[in-house]
Design a protein around this ligand. Structure first.
Ligand SMILES: [Zn+2]
Ligand SMILES: [Zn+2]
Length: 265
């Protein structure tokens, strides 16, 4: 595993933001996989992609874990760019929890009502229902499996994504969740896992804390990398605890950190 290099052919994760909903001085949580799969269009993600020169036309699919503002409020800005600045050759594919299409188009309308042509951008929605848990699907040739997670009363999903086809190793994204069977299922299905750690305290059902991460890490093979995002900016002591109390790697991701996973088919 290494920081990304332009010559790298390994699966690449660019952390566009790693902060939780309170931000705490970090950008809001969003990850770009191999420059073409965007997981959670957070409020700050479009600005960060432009900062590092990502071609927005290259985004083929957007995966949305749940419909909270820190995960979706960048969507109108993405659509705005596709309306005026960036020409897409194909419709944008959006995988989201059931009800997401209406919510997402509503926030586009609220954000930019009256702007001409904004509803001309072609978007195809793929809504995920509770019963889709564990069922492999495909979008623009990218196989993925949704896992029903536990984030209060709203519908939320983690995703195992095979960005280079069904034979490529799956990378998991938990979205917001507390410890639960759906999270365990996702963790068991992937070779690398991007996981939330919204706060220090554990045993809060809707989010993961430090001890929850350590407990989950112990259930996973040591060669599966865990990367923490949606975090509160843990200090040195917590980072040392995470590093020393468990076998296998845990990375506390930073804003605009790019991680080359070294996964091969
Ligand atoms: Zn969140
Ligand atoms: Zn949330």
């Amino acid at each position: 595993m290494s920081e990304c290099k332009t010559t790298d052919h390994s699966t690449k994760l660019l952390f566009l933001g790693v902060g939780n909903a309170f931000s705490e001085g970090m950008d809001y949580s969003s990850t770009l996989m191999d420059d073409k799969v965007l997981v959670d269009p957070s409020p700050t993600c479009v600005a960060r992609m432009k900062e590092v020169g990502i071609d927005l036309a290259g985004i083929e699919a957007v995966f949305i874990t749940h419909l909270h503002g820190d995960h979706i409020l960048g969507f109108p800005f993405l659509v705005l760019d596709y309306t005026f600045k960036v020409k897409r050759e194909r419709p944008l594919q959006v995988v989201c929890p059931e009800g997401g299409a209406e919510t997402l188009m509503k926030i586009v309308d609220l954000a930019f009502s009256g702007i001409p042509h904004i509803d001309n951008v072609e978007v195809e929605f793929h809504e995920i229902k509770e019963e889709d848990h564990g069922v492999q699907k495909e979008v623009v040739g990218i196989p993925y499996t949704p896992y029903s997670t536990c984030h209060g009363t709203i519908l939320s999903f983690g995703y195992a994504i095979h960005v280079d086809g069904v034979d490529s190793p799956a990378v998991g994204f938990t979205g917001d969740t507390g410890p639960c069977p759906g999270l365990d299922g996702l963790a068991a299905a992937v070779k690398a896992l991007v996981i939330e750690m919204a706060q220090e305290a554990s045993n809060i059902p809707a989010h993961m804390g430090v001890d929850d991460i350590i407990a989950l890490r112990k259930t996973m093979p040591a060669d599966v990398t865990i990367m923490l995002t949606h975090h509160y900016g843990p200090g040195v002591e917590v980072k040392q605890k995470l590093e020393t109390m468990v076998e296998g790697q845990i990375i506390v991701a930073q804003d605009l950190q790019c991680i080359s996973l070294g996964l091969t088919i």
